[in-house]
Design a binder for this molecule. Structure first.
Ligand code: FE2
Length: 290
């Protein structure tokens, strides 16, 4: 049993003993008052997480109606687009500059609603309707602290979290980490997917591609898994980022950005840089496929 630092003990106790119904706003105030520092989270650091996990994830405290977790983000780690299942309230405190993007669904189409780079110590509220993803695009690892709760007892708190997997055109339900390329045994239900606009799809495919490439480079990946990952990578590059469609794609993204008024320039610059690199690396594979 890990020793829980005093700041975290204070925070957990303040939630347990709060006399009123907890809301994300109240939770944010309790977290602020607790003055938690990144160094308090070190006992739950998980930067050596398996390559199959998109980021590190450790439970700090599991109460009857809420849980507190520490997530560890290596450079390049990114969650899939997800919601939080049964969780009805929560907060996330970031201890680094995470890229964070929220989405909304209107008329059956998912779109980007907000993009930001978090600042150290920033707290974001979590509601039951939140759909988002986040990741580390810096070259430094860091941690984040997550609290999720329900009105009434429920375990695990984030059961039936939805992962929006556009590659397979499905929504995956899981009780664990919201990872890319989740193995079958961690998906307890699959339901029909929803559609997404072009910019959302590009973001999803870009991060899926990066994850597949990362797993391909790892010794932890088996030969069977490697074949599947190569197939996914080539498909994405061929269908989404092929040199043939690249100019058209650039124009489309610019048009979508202008039409939606979304601020996607950081993402676009990085994607352009990395995907170009990927295209060069995969020219042979693409030639064989096209
Ligand atoms: Fe989340």
């Amino acid at each position: 049993m890990k020793q829980i630092p005093q700041s975290l003990q204070r925070y957990i106790q303040s939630i347990e003993s709060h006399p009123e119904k907890i809301t994300p706003q109240i939770l944010e105030e309790l977290l602020q008052q607790s003055q938690i520092d990144a160094s308090d989270l070190i006992p739950w650091i998980d930067l050596d997480h398996p390559i199959a996990d998109s980021y590190g994830r450790k439970m700090v405290y599991e109460g009857e109606h809420f849980e507190v977790m520490v997530m560890s983000w290596r450079s390049g780690d990114f969650s899939a687009i997800h919601d939080h299942g049964s969780a009805q309230w929560g907060v996330v405190q970031y201890f680094g500059e995470l890229e964070h993007r929220c989405f909304y669904i209107k008329d059956g189409i998912m779109k980007v609603s907000k993009e930001e780079i978090t600042v150290k110590g920033q707290i974001n509220r979590v509601s039951n309707s939140l759909i988002h993803h986040m990741g580390n695009t810096t070259d430094q690892p860091f941690l984040s602290l997550h609290t999720y709760g329900t009105y009434g007892e429920k375990r695990p708190i984030t059961q039936n979290a939805r992962i929006f997997e556009f590659y397979n055109d499905e929504i995956q339900l899981t009780n664990g980490g919201v990872f890319f390329l989740l193995p079958d045994h961690l998906i307890h239900k699959r339901i029909a997917g929803i559609k997404a606009d072009k910019i959302t799809l590009q973001k999803h495919y870009y991060h899926l591609l990066m994850r597949a490439q990362c797993n391909l480079q790892s010794d932890e990946t088996s030969n069977d898994e490697r074949d599947g990952l190569k197939h996914i990578s080539n498909n994405i590059l061929k269908q989404i980022f092929s040199p043939r469609d690249h100019k058209l794609f650039q124009q489309d993204v610019i048009k979508v950005n202008l039409a939606d008024g979304a601020s996607c320039s950081n993402f676009w610059c990085r994607m352009e840089k990395k995907v170009n690199w990927q295209l060069l690396e995969h020219t042979d594979a693409l030639d064989a496929l096209i």
